[in-house]
Design a protein around this ligand. Structure first.
Ligand code: NAP
Length: 263
């Protein structure tokens, strides 16, 4: 049985950056699959312009659209209140930190501002969002059975950080390094991997699983039309992995195939 079926045992999933690309596909696949979770909370910084998301929400009553600009602390705090109201005593089971940007710059064009801009969205935001939602995740985790096999996973509470293989320090050598000389993006995703690992240490006592996953090279606005995977293929494969996560995957950095990636 695919791990994705485990989303059925998940009361709520919150996705950031759900207006387009992988975030929109995550919402679509969750809503249309045979494993739809109780509540799909799709966040976007501008709901009024997220036409495709609005259309999905009209078809699927378990999609709840909320406003969340991931780089705005007031927006994060407001979104926590909204989600709290939606999930109530059940808490939040799964947070998917997906929103991201790619500020393309090489050694010659990179500036301090470009580095900071990419860091703010890809690294700082997932950390601030996870911090803000920790009480809701903890509430969900406290309802599951602590300790032993099967004690961690999306049925209880999990933070999934959508990272990138381009954030791997070890893989940034040879041909791959020459092809993508993207200083801000690569550094922001390496730092996200470190944040993931740091948060895994701090969330463990509450039974909240935390990991980072690479979605593959995907045909979205960011990935471009030459990419090898469709959003459906990437998300379907990631769901098998995410749905099957247990305590052995806590603090890991995995490929969309489920294989381990080097840090
Ligand atoms: P995309 O098509 O460019 O979509 C990016 C999403 O992030 C959009 O929904 C965008 O919202 C949202 N976003 C950006 N800044 C935001 C902010 N401040 N607040 C709220 N939302 C914000 O990119 P994608 O390909 O779907 O990428 C999704 C994630 O996968 C990213 O973290 C990316 O780094 C990662 N990834 C992608 C690939 C790939 O090949 N595509 C490969 C590896 C990793 P707006 O519509 O409002 O701009």
């Amino acid at each position: 049985m695919s791990g994705a079926m485990n989303f059925k045992n998940c009361g709520s999933v919150l996705v950031t950056g759900a207006s387009r690309g992988l975030g929109l596909q995550i919402v679509d696949s969750l809503a249309s699959g045979a494993f739809s979770p109780g509540k799909i909370i799709a966040s976007t910084r501008n709901p009024a312009s997220a036409q495709k998301l609005q259309e999905l929400a009209e078809k699927h009553p378990n999609i709840h659209i909320i406003t969340l600009d991931v780089v705005n602390q007031d927006s994060i705090e407001k979104s926590v209140q909204e989600v709290d109201h939606l999930v109530q005593e059940e808490g939040l089971n799964c947070l998917i930190n997906n929103a991201g940007i790619n500020v393309v710059a090489d050694f010659h064009t990179v500036t301090a501002e470009k580095m900071i801009e990419n860091f703010q969205t890809n690294t700082v935001a997932p950390l601030m969002i996870t911090k803000a939602f920790q009480p809701l995740l903890k509430r969900a985790a406290s309802r599951g059975a602590p300790g032993g096999e099967g004690s961690m996973g999306i049925h209880r509470a999990a933070v999934i950080n959508i990272s990138s293989a381009l954030g791997s320090v070890e893989l940034n050598w040879g041909k791959q390094a020459n092809n993508f000389k993207w200083y801000p993006y690569r550094a922001s995703k390496s730092a996200l991997n470190m944040m993931s690992r740091c948060m895994a240490v701090d969330l463990e006592p509450d039974g909240i699983l935390c990991m980072a996953i690479h979605p593959g090279w995907v045909r979205t606005d960011m990935g471009g039309s030459e990419a090898s995977l469709s959003p459906e293929e990437s998300v379907s494969s990631m769901f098998s992995v995410i749905g099957g996560l247990t305590e052995k995957d806590h603090g890991s950095f995995l490929n969309f195939t489920g294989d381990m990636l080097p840090w």
